[in-house]
Design a protein around this ligand. Structure first.
Ligand SMILES: [Zn+2]
Length: 476
């Protein structure tokens, strides 16, 4: 059976047939780097990681691209408030994002283009749209995309949502500060420089300013993949207006179909409610790590629900994840011990591998995939416990070989799930950062500060020992 996925564009489950197999171009809207990413954001990135890993498991050659939005209204505001520079400010959150991504064992995308490094591509795309008559410069100096002109050319705005576009835009009216545009539905491609922007602007044929958010993704994805590519992913909150606008800009400029399959992950509830800071259920990855959970447990929990299902993320669920992972670890531990030095390849028709791929081929039916994993754990435990007594040396050697084959099957499916096996001492990200800060303080002979950090670490349940090989962290 081949892979089937739910395409938001057709609102149906379709066979996945890339434009130029075995190559697959996959673009996932990345973070806006003005703060730490929260657990809802991470659901989308873990989902993108699952798709990428599964396509690779099926021998597709995936090029995974994720943009970094490093210029945007909120970023400019924070740069102003914190009196830093744009690269200093965004650089900090960008590196935090990649550290978090690693903590969740997400594979690094092959390319992570930054918006600020693609201003020429963005400008040339806007010029194309102006030349085609579907973008215009308004009295305020900004350039807007004209939805009316775009539809006038026979193009369809609203391909993803299939709603009346006037209705869709109505809600935006209140927050809209763009009075100069011809129609309320139009959106900004280039925002002209205003005093609040400070030194954050670029010269352009339309005047000084900066790009709008939507045009960044069109320009960067088409630079890498060309006019058309296979897969575009994001959270469902991006369907409108972000993805709808991406389609309009791209197809308006090239007159070719932009993306073949649009995949959207559903949002997350935390403790049964929409995440919000005032409800106290707003968690960044770091907040959860500070509560003593591991990146592996968080990844597992995020991976237990189907991507199109509203998922209720709870701390109790995380404790459950710990128990579930312990069952897997125990089983793998037994197999490792039994296999010893034996190495093997998985059987061609291995049940675990077949069951996983049957489940995931069906629009990534992850619940069925986990059911297959735990059934395998149960069977493996029974097998391990069954013939252990009075075993001949020959029988024991045969079992060791079989254990190695089973381990190989596990490793094959774990290339998709990415949960691995337990690492002996998993040191939380925050504790690592404290240790780094202490090392810095010691280097600059600020012993008062290094002692203060050591005390703080103690409060968090960690001790730091100075050894001839350097500082070593130990859990109290
Ligand atoms: Zn995007």
């Amino acid at each position: 059976m081949g892979l089937k996925l739910f395409n938001t564009l057709s609102r149906s489950v379709q066979d996945f047939a890339p434009l130029a197999p075995p190559k697959v171009g996959m673009y996932c809207c990345g973070p806006t780097v003005y703060d730490f990413a929260h657990i809802g954001n991470w659901r989308t990135f873990v989902f993108a990681d699952l798709i990428r890993r599964y396509l690779e498991f099926k021998n597709f050659q995936v090029t995974h691209v994720m943009n970094i939005t490093d210029i945007e209204d909120k970023i400019i505001k924070r740069v102003r408030e914190t009196k830093t520079t744009l690269p200093e400010f965004t650089g900090k959150f960008e590196s935090a994002f990649f550290a978090d991504m690693k903590m969740l064992n997400c594979l690094a995308p092959h390319q992570t283009p930054r918006a600020t490094e693609h201003i020429p591509e963005i400008i040339s795309l806007i010029e194309k749209l102006i030349a085609r008559g579907i973008a215009y410069k308004a009295a305020d100096g900004s350039v807007y995309f004209s939805i009316g002109k775009y539809r006038g050319c026979g193009c369809n705005y609203g391909q993803l949502l299939k709603l009346n576009f006037d209705e869709m835009r109505a809600g935006e009216r209140v927050k809209s500060d763009e009075y100069a545009k011809e129609s309320i539905a139009d959106f900004a491609l280039w925002k002209s420089r205003v005093p609040d922007d400070g030194e954050i602007f670029w010269p352009s044929p339309f005047g000084e300013g900066r790009p709008g958010w939507h045009i960044e993704c069109s320009a960067m994805s088409m630079k890498i993949f060309g006019a058309s590519f296979d897969l575009h992913l994001g959270g469902e909150d991006l369907i409108f207006p972000h993805h709808e606008d991406e389609i309009a800009q791209s197809e308006g400029a090239t007159q070719k179909p932009f993306v073949k399959y649009w995949l959207h992950g559903t949002h997350l509830l935390v403790e049964g409610k929409k995440m919000s800071k005032s409800l106290g259920n707003f968690f960044t990855l770091r907040d959860l790590l500070a509560k003593g959970f591991t990146g592996r447990e968080i990844r597992y929990l995020l991976l237990t629900a189907h991507y199109r299902e509203t998922f209720n993320f709870t701390l109790e669920g995380l404790s459950g994840a710990r128990t579930a992972l312990a069952r897997i670890d125990e089983c793998i531990g037994k197999l490792r011990e039994l296999a010893g030095e034996n190495m093997a390849l998985p059987h061609e028709n291995d049940n675990l591998i077949l069951n996983l791929s049957t489940a995931l081929d069906d629009d990534l039916n992850i619940s069925r995939a986990w059911a297959a994993v735990f059934e395998w754990v149960r069977e493996t435990n029974l097998w391990y416990n069954s013939q252990f007594q009075n075993e001949t040396l020959e029988a024991r050697a045969g079992r060791a070989k079989l254990a190695a084959i089973k381990l190989a099957a596990w490793e094959k499916i774990d290339s998709v799930l990415g949960i691995g096996v337990k690492i002996e001492t998993e040191i939380p990200i925050e504790i690592l950062e404290f240790a780094n800060a202490r090392a810095e303080a010691k280097k600059s002979r600020d012993f008062k500060k290094s002692d203060a950090i050591r005390d703080e670490l103690k409060l968090k349940g960690w001790t730091i020992e100075d050894t001839p090989k350097g500082a070593r962290l130990k859990k109290l």
